[in-house]
Design a binder for this molecule. Structure first.
Ligand code: PLP
Length: 385
């Protein structure tokens, strides 16, 4: 069943829905008929990847997921980074090791699975980059064509990955908001299913597995704080939904983590709204950042992101591009984990939160490296021979 995140309207799901017909805001999936039990928890070990959590996912009995092996990403203690930043118990969840190099594989995998099972024969999506790579790959896996609208300024390696997976790539002068207008026109002309963030309810369901996996890896406990580089907001919203579902199922107890969003000072609508005490984001003029996943000037999930930050007792901070890029470079060479600029933003954000006294040096902190650094690099920079 679907429940509107804003006006509370409910309806049954057909697997091909967009946003709430009454108010235009995102649907959230609810599972009133299936309450996972503690027995399901002991059986998890037998599954693998994100679909081991299928008791919480939109897959009907007898259906099989469209999968490339997403999930089961490493949760790594990063002592040297922690010492440098002043955090004694810092961990990184490395989402760059997913198929297609980013955590977008989880959400797109779930959305493509649900839509194809419900009869989709064509997809479209606007992207700041990595969602386009994932959509092209999962479309190829399903044998369904995918039109991708991406800004011309997207890192070239990301664009070439979209093409490599057979994506039908159209470049747009502008940002993801402009791409979204093209995608909606294409969807209404062709009947393609629009996979835009929160314009269908199932990407969030895939993103929940970030939270489930973290709890599993920590023996059904959760950290004090999660530091997450937020763009469209699916990761934050998904994890917060996951923690609520785990608690309702009796799989975890006690305090939930404080959720912290990190953005770039070149595009920080969530930070601005959080600091102003607002309950929704205003569009950011002229968004600019090398962390392309964070270049989302008017997130449809703004209200839900702000809710998850406030309900959890978290906050939002913005970091300059020069600082987040330098942090990604340093941390990559320091650990062997390949940090994207977004991952660098999470680490630099943790340092900033510590400096403001919001994080304590002894806190158990998990920072997310949402994608792999190689997606942002071009060949070159080799020493002269
Ligand atoms: C898309 C993306 C983000 C932002 O993700 P949301 O969960 O939608 O806020 C962050 N980092 C990377 C690498 C991304 O591709």
């Amino acid at each position: 069943m679907l429940e509107c995140s804003d006006c509370g309207t409910r309806r049954s799901a057909d697997g091909l829905e967009t946003v709430c017909e009454a108010c235009g805001m995102p649907w959230l999936v609810r599972y009133p008929a299936r309450a996972p039990t503690l027995i399901d928890r002991t059986e998890l070990r037998r599954g693998h990847g994100m679909w081991r959590f299928r008791a919480f996912l939109p897959l009907l009995p007898g259906e099989e997921p469209i999968t490339l092996g997403e999930g089961d990403t490493p949760l790594l203690r990063v002592q040297r980074i922690g010492e440098r930043l002043g955090l004694e118990n810092l961990w990184v969840k490395d989402e760059g090791s997913n198929p297609t190099g980013s955590f977008k594989a989880r959400g797109i995998g779930a959305a493509v699975t649900r839509a194809v099972a419900s009869g989709a024969t064509r997809f479209v999506l606007p992207t700041a980059g990595n969602a386009g790579v994932a959509a092209a790959a999962y479309g190829a896996r399903a044998g369904v064509p995918v039109r991708v609208y991406a800004p011309r300024s997207t890192p070239p390696t990301i664009l070439s990955q979209i093409l490599a997976y057979g994506g039908d790539l159209a470049l747009v002068d502008g940002h993801i908001g402009h791409c979204g207008q093209h995608a909606r026109a294409y969807a209404s002309d062709t009947g393609a299913v629009d996979l835009s963030t929160l314009r269908e309810p199932y990407r969030i369901e895939g993103k929940k597995t970030l939270g489930f996996e973290l709890a599993l890896q920590l023996g059904w406990t959760l950290p004090d704080a999660i530091v997450y580089p937020a763009g469209g907001g699916t990761g934050l919203i998904g994890m917060w939904k996951a923690f609520g579902e785990l608690r309702d199922a009796g799989w975890i107890h006690g305090r939930l983590p404080r959720m912290y969003a990190v953005q770039s000072t070149g595009c920080a609508p969530v930070v601005r709204a959080f600091d102003a005490g607002a309950d929704e984001c205003q569009p950011w003029e002229d968004p600019r950042t090398a962390a392309s996943g964070l270049r989302v000037p008017a997130p449809l999930g703004g209200r839900l992101m702000l809710q998850s930050l406030r309900e959890s007792g978290g906050a939002a901070v913005a970091i300059d591009d020069a600082v987040l890029e330098a942090e990604a470079r340093t941390a990559t060479a320091e650990t062997g984990v390949d940090f994207s600029p977004e991952g660098g933003a999470a680490l630099a954000g943790a340092r900033e939160l510590l400096a403001r006294g919001i994080l304590d040096p002894a806190n158990h902190v998990v920072a997310f490296n949402t994608g792999a650094g190689w997606l942002y690099r071009e060949a070159g920079g080799l020493p002269p021979t």
